[in-house]
Ligand binder design. Structure first.
Ligand code: ADP
Ligand code: ADP
Length: 221
């Protein structure tokens, strides 16, 4: 479904961030990518999202080579990146502008309610706690039903309770969406808790060290 072939990334300053990274990801799989600082996890996600281009290699989604940011691939970063001049509803609806207004606001309200943010539509980002803002980021990323959702340490800035809450919300939503998730984390427990498969990376240059299948029942709300 997502075919990652031989990706190499060398930044202009000469840093060899990723070397010959290849991975085939099945439809609906949850992949966790773990490894110490500097082993190329964020670089991998930036390449998959089209925010950076590789020096060599290719990324194909259902046989189609991706060369630039694609509407079917969304990314959530460690810190919420909301547009401060837009309300919660406007932030979440950003990728839905092609829909009629009432259909759009129904979809927005549904996804906000699923994430425990019913009634937050007209708030401004600065009126949200960190966990709430991250849930809005997640809502914005899933509302367009992407085939691939990339998550770059999305929970690491949150306190433990908010983190567990959001982890189970995400698994719950993922089960409805059928999206493929690629979750970057440095938390082994989170990786094993959430993923079907854990990719362990090593640095200098960043590459796959282990590819481990996890056979645990999925957490549920
Ligand atoms: P991780 O997310 O695993 O911590 P990164 O992908 O951020 O790793 O970084 C991999 C390597 O590439 C590190 O050595 C880092 O310093 C370097 N790096 C990351 N981004 C850039 C950049 N924009 N320019 C130069 N080097 C970078
Ligand atoms: P950054 O985090 O990148 O520094 P800011 O959050 O400061 O960005 O805001 C980016 C831009 O949005 C700035 O030009 C700022 O003046 C503007 N801005 C921030 N909050 C609001 C708001 N509530 N209404 C309108 N514009 C805003």
């Amino acid at each position: 479904m997502l075919a990652i072939q031989d990706l190499t990334k060398i930044y202009p300053n000469g840093t060899h961030a990723l070397h010959a990274f290849s991975l085939d990801i099945q439809n609906g799989e949850v992949i966790a990518v773990i490894g110490g600082s500097g082993c190329g996890k964020s670089t991998l996600l930036r390449l998959l999202s089209g925010l950076e281009t590789p020096n060599t290699g290719s990324i194909a989604l259902r046989g189609r080579i991706l060369k630039e940011p694609d509407a079917l691939v969304n990314i959530v970063f460690q810190e919420p990146r909301l547009f401060p001049w837009l309300t919660v509803a406007q932030n979440v609806g950003f990728g839905l502008k092609h829909l009629p207004a009432d259909e759009r606001s129904d979809i927005i309200s549904q996804v906000l309610a699923r994430l425990g943010l019913g009634g937050f539509e007209d708030r401004w980002p600065k009126e949200l706690s960190g966990g709430q803002a991250q849930r809005v980021s997640l809502a914005r990323a899933i509302v367009t039903k992407p085939s691939v959702l990339l998550l770059d340490e999305p929970f690491s800035a949150l306190d433990a309770m908010t983190r567990e809450d959001l982890q189970s919300h995400l698994i719950d939503l993922w089960q409805d969406l059928g999206s493929t998730l690629v979750l970057v984390t440095h938390d082994i427990e989170e990786a094993v808790f959430m993923a079907d498969r854990v990719i362990v990376m090593r640095p200098f240059p960043g590459r796959i060290f282990q590819d481990v299948r996890i056979d645990l029942p999925r957490p549920r709300n």
